[in-house]
Design a protein around this ligand. Structure first.
Ligand code: NAP
Ligand code: FER
Length: 333
């Protein structure tokens, strides 16, 4: 029996292309003692994967040239060498980008396919959901009555940040996104108080108009102009959670700093970066609070689903280009 994998064929310079990936046919692997064989059903493509395509040291080692990429996926156990996981169980693990994965039982987390759709464990109740929760509540120290600005607001993390802020009693929630359709989605479907298309006019102008009384929290997914505009719009004691800087992930030269950092002094601002992987202790609080809102539809979520492993590279490139609304997923079965 053979299976397909997506390998890193070449490291990109600047914007990645399909030539950076290769579709490779392999024999279905056998699980060693302590491992299970998983048939993947759905996998995640995430912006952080762009960083791992580079040969640079980071919190995680770079993807290996000529080897399959990795990333979160959910699949069905089809062969097991351990008692704790049996064929028919569904597990979350980090060996996406392939039809069949051999996974150490210790690296596989059982999920209940009847409690939520599989994709939810990768998005709204998974990594991106926890990122929104921790970033807003713990890193930005959101408080009731705050005005919150979030960028990439129609994406997986951003859409959840905005809604969580509203549900937790924000005074005003403002989002930016890259199309008029996404802006309408934020206003009409997700209940944002204001939203703008960052491609239609300078961010600083549009943010100032959307936040006449300033902002208290900026949840940064984008960096660049967005960050500079947010600093200028910040109120006294404002907080910035640095979650991502997608506007510079394809940069080949050092990018300019915000030119208004001086404002940190007089406004007593704080800015803090974080990695969701350091915050698994908050997962149970997150699921307890957000799970019921997801289940009863109070917190809405959208997924952009691409079918077929062979289309995973396109899904990833499209994610970087903003083709997704909500969480970008690839289904394999
Ligand atoms: P996402 O927002 O669902 O998708 C990425 C979005 O970024 C695209 O849909 C696109 O939307 C936007 N974008 C692309 N290029 C842009 C640019 N030059 N300027 C402004 N927006 C741009 O992805 P996600 O998974 O939810 O991740 C969102 C951010 O969180 C990313 O920066 C990611 O790296 C970060 N993140 C961090 C952690 C952590 O632990 N710190 C964990 C997860 C995610 P538009 O159409 O609006 O341009
Ligand atoms: C991300 C962007 C960057 C992310 C992690 C990083 C988990 C880490 C960067 C680094 O270690 O240099 O979206 O998500």
């Amino acid at each position: 029996m053979t299976a397909l994998e997506i390998h890193l064929a070449a490291r990109p310079t600047g914007k990645p292309t399909l030539d950076n990936f290769a579709l490779v046919e392999v024999a279905v692997p056998e699980p060693a003692p302590g491992q299970v064989l998983v048939r993947n059903h759905v996998m995640s493509v995430d912006p952080y994967m762009r960083g791992r395509m580079n040969d640079v040291k980071s919190y995680a080692p770079p993807f290996v040239l000529g080897a399959p990429l990795t990333g979160a996926a959910i699949g069905e156990v089809v062969k097991s060498t351990v008692d704790s996981l049996r064929p028919g169980d569904f597990v979350l693990h980090d060996f996406g980008w392939r039809d069949y994965a051999v996974v150490d039982a210790r690296g596989a987390v059982k999920v209940d396919p009847d409690a939520a759709p599989l994709g939810a464990y990768l998005g709204v109740l998974g990594m991106t959901g926890l990122t929104a929760y921790v970033g807003l509540l713990d890193i930005a120290e959101f408080r009731e009555g705050d005005t919150v600005f979030v960028s990439a607001a129609a994406g997986a993390v951003g859409a959840q940040v905005g809604q969580l802020a509203k549900l937790r009693g924000a005074k005003r929630v403002i989002g930016s996104a890259g199309s008029d359709d996404k802006v309408r989605y934020l206003l009409d479907e997700l209940g944002f108080d204001a939203a703008f298309n960052y491609k239609s006019a300078p961010v600083a102008e549009q943010l100032a108009a959307a936040a006449p009384e300033g902002i208290d929290v900026y949840f940064d997914n984008v960096g660049g102009d967005h960050l500079e505009a947010a600093i200028s719009a910040m109120n006294l004691n404002g907080r910035i959670a640095v979650c991502g800087m997608i506007s510079i992930y394809n940069a080949t030269e050092p990018t300019p700093a915000p030119r208004n950092l001086f404002q940190f002094i007089g406004k007593r601002l704080a800015m803090r970066g974080f990695l969701v992987f350091d915050h698994s202790a908050r997962r149970s609080d997150f699921v307890r609070e957000v799970g019921p809102w997801v289940r009863d539809g109070t917190l809405r979520y959208t997924e952009t689903v691409v079918e077929g492993l062979r289309n995973a590279p396109t899904a990833f490139l499209d994610l970087l280009d903003g083709a997704n609304t909500g969480k970008m997923l690839v289904t394999l079965v």
